[in-house]
Every structure is written in structure tokens, then in C-alpha cells.
Ligand binder design. Structure first.
Ligand code: G6P
Length: 612
């Protein structure tokens, strides 16, 4: 989704902004633009397409200036084109602005401005905001900062903005509500961005702006205030990742790198949390609320996309191992359906980015209703961890590929640790079983590596099926959510239509689709319902479907029935999702590459969905 970058200091802004925009490409976007304060006033350059298109058009212009802003836009109001791209400049050229989020009352404000004589060049809500700032500035004879604050007091919606003022060209004015902004602190220079990725190569000192905060940045001065003008003391924090973590390190794509990083990522997720003798699991972020969790009558997990799939695995794990009832909901449904939430409910929000608008709003709703709210997030310091009462970071490292991979397995790892810990504490999981499962969990990274070693073979399978128009993914029990996740991965990046289904449900509908052109991916590892899945495979083969089966190493039954198998090491069934999803990630990746798609930035998708 939209990305923001800004610079003020002594260096040339142009290369810093272009480079920063490239770092933000992973968020998903369809146009890009920059504005730089030059000797001849503020100059704006913007264009539909990639940052490289913008760069190609502007590189030779030698744009000089040490203050500037840049934006990647993911279209919401108005199609992706040059006019709708940011930055937007007010009618009289006094303000230039970039914006993430949505101004919900923009129609009302636009009507008002039209009555006052304003005309609009774009379809965006952002142009309304920049004109409103200018209108207030001219009417009220205020300074730029006050005009921004007053304009924002009239706005309903979500925003992160950075503003340049023609008459006060020595500053950047930034503000946020429900859409993140991070300020990077350099020496006589400041950076600002929608997340830390464009900042890490310059500094590791950052300030996360809070809701309703405004920052006024000059070359050597930072003023932080609330929107109603109360001065704030900046809370300077250290970023916990370095530049290498956001580079491809020899891999063709971030997604492939992130798939291959999973052994290390999961190791980091478990680091310091599992006792060396496997006798205990300690999740430090939950200690204060442990009693509440143990006494809860139910847990409600909310999330979107892949994180929702992780939540489904969590439901199976927590209900089986800890015998606490669990409900799993999409953030977007939960927040609008007037859910019943009791004060002793525990709501767990799962989110890689920690910024997904629907999940964040679900968190706020649950808090309002008095529930205890926990977060399972990857991005440290993001909005959800800051809104929740307690939580657990996944520590998977930055995930840049839009299709989530290591974040999923890290979320499932956290949920597995939670389920084991809760089961043990509630005395429903015997110590012996707890210890055995904990030990097995700890060794998952090595087993995962064995699947990664089959990468070439999985690529060959992808070659065989990359021209298919449809795919079916079937699994049961713990592997039903994995079937959903496998289908989602394929859809997201290869654009092949794919459905995930509980294997037994196939006969209630999807079986009608099966013929010799339909590849069906079965998750058929040895578990309690293995025999049932075998019957489902037979049903597909009887209708000439092509079966790719994910099976336990050494399996002979499924292997004979299936057209192709991918073996995964044997683990207790509770841990199979952590392994079984990996071949599906690789299958989707290779299919997408073979089809010539932009794997890391698939069409229409955004990494961090900050609008509802
Ligand atoms: C977007 C991404 C998905 C992700 C979902 C939830 O749709 O493209 O990959 O699963 O958002 O994101 P979150 O950051 O909350 O996990």
C-alpha cells in the first residue's frame, strides 16, 4: 500500500528519495512521485508506473535541493494515472503534500472548497486535503503548521501526511492518524517514512509518531506536538534490523529469500523462549496477563489473509493442546458485525505488519468492550503491538515479498508455543507430551531445511503445471488451513485460480470441477485421519484428476496413488503445518516465475493494507 519517504538535511534529497521509494516498492503501488524544494520553488515530478520510470524521466534533470518528499501510491480514490499520483499541490501552489490513508469526509470537504472557488485536477481525497490546508492558511492568515493542524481537525479518516510549504521552505510538516510514520534521526538531517525500510541504511535511531501527533522537522530541529498543540518529548528508539535484512542477498526474489530464511527465522522466533532441556516455554510478553489467559472461557483470534490462516492453525492447536475454546475471525467481519465480546475474553490479533487496518480496528473494538487484547506481530513498534495490552513478537525479520511466507511459519510457531505453554499450565497436557512436542518444535528448522533441499524438484513440478487454469488444495485437520494458505499463495503470485478446501468437503461441490485438467494438491501426511484422506485421493483419481500429494517421508500408500509426491520429514501431527506449507510456497513461487509474473510485487496487492 502507499509509501512515504521524506528528507531534510544537507545532502541532495533526490537520490535519497528515489532510493527510499525503491525500498518501499515491496508495499505494492501503481504510481510514484517526488517533490523537492529548489531555488526556483517546490518542483513536483510524478508518474504512473514504477519508481524506475519516474527515475528514468527525472535523472538527467539534475534536480538540486536538500529538502523533499516522495510517495508510492496504491490507488483508492481514482485510477492509477499521472494526475492522481502524489505529491499533490494546492491550487495556488502554496502547499505540496503526500498522503497515506483515506479521508472519509472528502466529498463534503470538496463541495465546500468548490463553493469557495477551488477546482480539482485529480480524483483524489488527497488533493482535497491540500486545498483545505491552503484555504485555511489564506483565510486565517496563519502559519503553515497551524493551517495543517486546523485542516486535520476537520478531517475524518486515516492519514499519514508530509507537507511542504512554499512560504516556509525550511521545514517538513508531518502528521499521523491510524497510518504509520517513522522519523529517522541523523546528524543534521532527518528522514521520515511510512516504515523503517528506507531509513535503516541512514540511521538506527527512530521515533514512531503516535496518533494525532504532528512533527515539524528542520535541518537541525525536531518539534513534536499533539494536533491540539501540546509539546511532546520525543521517545527515541533503536531499530532492530540492518540493511542486509532488507536486501536480496543473491536470491532472485525477496520471496525466495524469505522462504529459504525460514529455518533461521523460526529459530529466532523460539530463541530464549524454550528452556534448553525443553522443560518449559516462557513468552515474556504474556507474563503479566497469564492468569487472565488461563482463566479465559474463550479466545478470539482476529487477522486477515495469511495471518488469518495462521489463526486457524492456532485454533486447532489451542483447542487440542490446551482445551480452551477458540474462535477465529477476519478482522473486517469482526469489526462490523457487532460481535459479542465479554470482559474475560482474550482477543489475539495476528498481523505480520502490525498495521493492517481491519485487524487494528478489531483490536480497538475489543479493547473498548473490555477484553484483554494480545498481539502476535512481526514489525516491532508497529501500531497493533502498541495498541494491545500484551503480546509476542515473531522476530522473523523484515518480510519484503508481498506473499507472506516466513511470517506465517513464525506466527504458527508462536501459536504452537502458546498452545503448549497453556496446555501445560492448565494441566491438560501431560508433562511428557509437553516436553516431547517442545523438543520436536525446537528441531523443526532442521527438518524444514530438508524440504528446502527439494527446491529443484518442486520447480520441475511447477513447470509441469504452470499452464493450468485452476488448482484445488485439500487437507484435513491441522492441514486444512495449510490447504487454504497454499491456494492463497498460488492465487496471489501466479494468478492461477486456486481453491483451498477441507478434503472431505470436496464431495459437496468442488468434485464437480475434477477432470484430467485439474491438478489437486493433497496434504496427506500420516496422522489420525490419513486413511480418510487416502479415500479422498482415490475419489479424485477415479475422476482422472492429477494429484500432487504432500506425504510423510517413506509413505507408500499415498505415493502409489498420486501422480507426484513431495515428501516431508515425519513430525507429530501438531507440527505438520510448519513443514507442509513450505512445498506449497515453493510451488507457487516457481509457477509465478515461470509465468513471468512480478513475484515480489504482484498486481493489485499490497504488503501492508492500511485502508479498510
Ligand atoms: C495483505 C498481504 C497479505 C497478508 C495480509 C495481512 O493482504 O498481501 O500477505 O497476509 O495483508 O497482513 P498482516 O500484515 O496483517 O499479516
Amino acid at each position: 500500500m502507499c509509501g512515504i519517504v521524506g528528507y531534510i538535511g544537507r545532502r541532495q534529497a533526490y537520490p535519497i528519495l528515489i532510493n527510499g521509494l525503491k525500498r518501499l516498492e515491496y508495499r505494492g503501488y501503481d504510481s510514484a512521485g517526488i517533490a523537492i524544494v529548489t531555488d526556483q520553488g517546490i518542483k513536483v515530478f510524478k508518474k504512473k508506473g514504477k519508481v524506475s520510470d519516474l527515475e528514468a524521466e527525472t535523472k538527467h534533470l539534475n534536480i538540486q535541493g536538500t529538502i523533499g518528499i516522495g510517495h508510492t501510491r496504491w490507488a483508492t480514490h481514482g485510477e492509477p494515472n499521472d494526475q492522481n499520483a502524489h505529491p499533490h499541490t494546492s491550487q495556488n501552489g502554496l502547499f505540496t503534500l503526500i498522503h497515506n490513508g483515506i479521508i472519509e469526509n472528502y466529498n463534503h470537504l470538496k463541495k465546500f472548497l468548490i463553493e469557495k472557488g477551488y477546482t480539482f485536477k485529480s480524483d483524489t481525497d488527497t488533493e482535497v486535503l491540500v486545498n483545505l490546508i491552503e484555504y485555511i492558511y489564506l483565510e486565517g492568515e496563519t502559519d503553515a503548521e497551524l493551517a495543517v493542524r486546523l485542516a486535520l481537525s476537520k478531517v475524518i479518516g486515516a492519514y499519514a501526511i508530509v507537507v511542504l510549504a512554499e512560504n516556509e521552505p525550511d521545514k517538513l510538516i508531518a502528521a499521523r492518524k491510524s497510518s504509520p510514520l517513522v522519523i529517522g534521526l541523523g546528524r543534521n538531517e532527518y528522514f521520515i517514512a511510512s516504515d523503517a525500510t528506507p531509513i535503516v541504511e541512514h540511521t538506527d535511531k527512530v521515533i514512531y509518531l503516535n496518533n494525532d501527533n504532528i512533527a515539524i522537522l528542520k535541518e537541525d530541529e525536531l518539534i513534536l506536538k499533539t494536533l491540539d498543540n501540546k509539546k511532546l518529548k520525543p521517545d527515541i528508539q533503536k531499530i532492530d534490523f540492518d540493511i542486509q535484512a532488507i536486501e536480496k542477498n543473491g536470491f532472485d526474489h525477496f520471496m525466495l529469500k524469505e522462504i529459504f530464511e525460514q529455518p533461521e527465522a523460526l529459530h529466532n522466533t523460539m530463541r530464549g523462549r524454550i528452556a534448553p532441556d525443553f522443560s518449559s516455554i516462557r513468552l515474556g510478553g504474556l507474563l503479566d496477563v497469564m492468569d487472565k489467559i488461563l482463566n479465559a472461557k474463550r479466545l478470539i483470534i482476529v487477522g486477515c489473509g495469511t495471518s488469518w490462516h495462521a489463526g486457524l492453525v492456532g485454533e486447532y492447536l489451542i483447542e487440542n493442546l490446551a482445551r480452551i475454546p477458540v474462535e477465529v475471525e477476519y478482522g473486517s467481519e469482526f469489526r462490523y458485525r457487532n460481535p459479542i465480546i465479554y470482559k474475560d475474553d482474550i482477543v489475539i490479533a495476528i498481523s505480520q505488519s502490525g498495521e493492517t487496518a481491519d485487524t487494528l480496528e478489531a483490536v480497538k473494538l475489543a479493547k473498548e468492550k473490555g477484553a484483554t487484547v494480545l498481539g502476535i506481530c512481526n514489525v516491532v513498534g508497529s501500531s497493533i503491538p502498541r495498541e494491545t495490552h500484551a503480546g509476542v513478537y515473531t522476530h522473523a525479520g523484515p518480510e519484503i515479498g508481498v506473499a507472506s511466507t516466513k511470517a506465517f511459519t513464525a506466527q504458527v510457531t508462536v501459536l504452537t508455543m502458546m498452545a503448549l505453554m497453556l496446555g501445560y499450565e492448565k494441566e491438560v497436557l501431560p508433562y511428557g507430551r509437553f516436553k516431547k512436542l517442545t523438543q520436536e518444535l525446537y528441531h523443526i528448522p532442521e527438518k524444514l531445511q530438508k524440504i528446502l533441499d527439494q527446491n529443484e524438484y518442486i520447480k520441475q513440478l511447477a513447470e509441469k503445471y504452470q499452464t493450468a487454469s485452476n488448482f484445488l488444495y485439500l487437507g484435513r485437520g491441522y492441514l486444512y488451513p495449510v490447504a487454504l494458505e497454499g491456494a492463497l499463495k498460488l492465487k496471489e503470485i501466479s494468478y492461477i485460480h486456486a481453491e483451498g478446501y477441507p478434503a472431505a468437503e470436496m464431495k459437496h461441490g468442488p468434485i464437480a470441477l475434477i477432470d484430467e485438467n485439474m491438478p489437486v494438491v493433497f496434504l496427506a501426511t500420516k496422522d489420525k485421519i490419513y486413511e480418510k484422506v487416502i479415500s479422498n485421493i482415490k475419489e479424485v483419481k477415479a475422476r482422472h484428476g492429477k494429484v500432487i500429494a504432500i506425504v510423510t517421508e517413506g509413505d507408500e500408500i499415498a505415493s502409489k496413488l498420486a501422480d507426484h509426491i513431495i515428501e516431508i520429514p515425519e513430525v507429530p501431527e501438531e507440527l505438520t503445518p510448519l513443514l507442509a506449507v513450505v512445498p506449497l510456497q515453493l510451488l507457487a513461487y516457481h509457477a509465478a516465475v515461470l509465468r513471468g509474473n512480478d513475484v515480489d510485487q504482484p498486481r493489485n496487492l499490497a504488503k501492508s493494507v492500511t485502508v479498510e
